[in-house]
Design a binder for this molecule. Sequence first.
Ligand code: MG
Ligand code: MG
Length: 250
Amino acid sequence: MIYKKSPQEIEIMRRAGDILAATLDRLEAELRPGITTMELDEIAEESITSAGAKPSFKGYRGFPASICTSANEVIVHGIPGPLALKDGDIVSIDVGVYYEGFHADSAWTFPVGEVSGEVMDLLKATESSLWTAIEQCKPGNRVGDIGHAVESSIRPHGYGVVREYVGHGVGRALHEEPQIPNYGPPGRREVLSAGMTLAVEPMINLGGPETEALDDGWTVVTADRSVSAHFEHTVAIVPEGHEVLTRRGG
Ligand code: MG
Ligand code: MG
């Protein structure tokens, strides 16, 4: 069952998205070699709660922190802790904001200090694949068009497109139908229509696509321990096309 949102509900999600975008902006401003992922978690929690919202992830299926911080070979669901980020690392920061009954969900991978050209290319290609996928978000297109856009955009680079973790509907629940794979043929799966709100989130590995879940029950790493990037926006399908509800930088 896909829950469509009214314009009034999308307005609430837009405000959740604004709080989320401001939080990612603040995290980016504070990010520097030496900062720990636990400090990033504290900054995010303060940013979200001071805006009158709640961190969606805290307590979600027992998740112990407000955000996910996934460094280097961690693809998603990294738990903030004492890890100090160092020059040349990358860190994917995934934030969920719950505001007046609705969630917004967005992630961004940041370089810490100076990263190699090879890694910077991965970040640029992954962000670009997100925007290419978002262009497919309009009434009449299908969920399969989104994943096909990601896969086609990444293929020339030879990177691994993660298959075990996917995008999703988002709204009153953090994870709603439909699932949105980052691969597959176009013209398949559910038809998009105005009122759908979707978290589009390519996860792309410098090496192969295979994943491995660690013993903490959360952390997902690349099987070959190559670095991984993750960019995510919450997008509303509107009659004219789409609106990115978690757009950053004003
Ligand atoms: Mg997310
Ligand atoms: Mg998500």
